[in-house]
Design a protein around this ligand. Structure first.
Ligand code: MG
Length: 173
């Protein structure tokens, strides 16, 4: 079983992952309203990934014999000035999530919970990718700033992103 302290921290992180999902769904809807279908797709996939993150954590809490307690999802922003602003917010948000995951890992260390440490390593690696991909898109958007054709090319590129089930959810029972 997870200690009470660690279980509480996991439940808080499940809420944070679901809030992230809601944030990216909102960004997707905002991009769609701007007519940027590819960017809307990228954020929709991001929304699905965040739901998967919450699910991985819920599965862990359950398999340890603890209870998942879902808390209300806080309000999210609904409008961004442009795609660049949305991706800058994405990067800033992912940096906060990285700090939360690191903190959760530290609690797992303090509590000497080895299974929790092991599963959190996947999230630590995942955060490196999350920050990297947001930064890459920011760099591209900054490179074409003000150029409608460039923006169209980025939008077309981001339309190709597809959702793949993260490996921790793929391990068959
Ligand atoms: Mg996440």
């Amino acid at each position: 079983m997870l200690s009470e302290k660690l279980c509480k921290a996991f439940n808080a992180q499940i809420n944070a992952e679901l809030w992230s999902a809601y944030l990216y769904l909102s960004m997707s809807m905002d991009a769609a309203a701007r007519g940027q279908k590819g960017i809307a797709n990228w954020f929709k996939v991001q929304f699905q990934e965040e739901q998967a993150h919450a699910e991985i954590m819920m599965n862990h809490v359950l398999s340890r014999g603890n209870k998942v307690e879902l808390a209300p999802i806080a309000e999210v922003n609904t409008t961004w000035e442009n795609a660049l602003e949305a991706f800058k917010d994405t990067l800033a948000h992912e940096k906060k999530v990285t700090a939360l995951i690191n903190n959760l890992y530290e609690i797992a260390l303090e509590e000497k919970d080895y299974p929790a440490q092991n599963m959190l390593k996947w999230f630590i690696d995942e955060q490196v990718e999350e920050e990297e991909s947001a930064q890459e898109i920011i760099d591209q958007l900054e490179a074409v700033e003000g150029n409608k054709y460039g923006l169209l090319m980025i939008d077309k590129d981001l339309a190709t992103r597809t959702y793949t089930v993260p490996s921790p959810l793929n391990k068959g029972e």
